[in-house]
Design a protein around this ligand. Structure first.
Ligand code: HEC
Length: 114
């Protein structure tokens, strides 16, 4: 038997606890911190991700993975835009994850076209 001794069971329990902790750390994007960081984005993208400038896209409700990818591409230059390159350049990976979590957490509603 694999789990026949208390010592072995204990070892397994610790291994699972360590794995679970590592997993939750990796998942821990912080939408609240993202909202604070997004102060530098509100002029164009609005306080709740509904843009106030006609040429800036809405961000509210976009999937986090999409926002994250776009910001990383602006940062690397793969997606070229003068304004967003300047905005994305100083952002760290975790700041990008937090910003993405913030915008993704904003609920949006659509209706029938008028
Ligand atoms: C001065 C205005 C301005 C500011 C400030 C600004 N943006 Fe933008 N943002 C734009 C414009 C304009 C675009 C469209 C660029 C393009 O055509 O690629 C854009 C595009 C984006 C996109 C791509 C959206 C999509 O649908 O593909 C993301 C994500 C984004 N901005 C996030 C941010 C974040 C996060 C901040 C703050 C750190 C920020 N922006 C600050 C003007 C701005």
């Amino acid at each position: 038997m694999l789990l026949n001794s208390p010592l072995k069971m204990c070892t397994w329990a610790i291994a699972w606890a360590v794995l679970a902790a590592a997993w939750s750390t990796a998942q821990a994007a912080d939408a609240k911190a993202g909202q604070v960081k997004a102060n530098m984005c509100v002029t164009c993208h609005g306080a709740y991700g509904l843009s106030t400038m006609p040429n800036a896209p809405h961000l509210a409700g976009q999937p986090a993975i999409y926002i994250e990818e776009q910001l990383k591409q602006y940062r690397s230059g793969k997606r070229a835009n003068e304004v967003m390159a300047v905005m994305a350049k100083p952002l760290t990976d975790s700041e990008i994850e937090n910003l993405a979590a913030w915008y993704a957490s904003i609920p949006i509603e659509v209706g029938q076209p008028r």
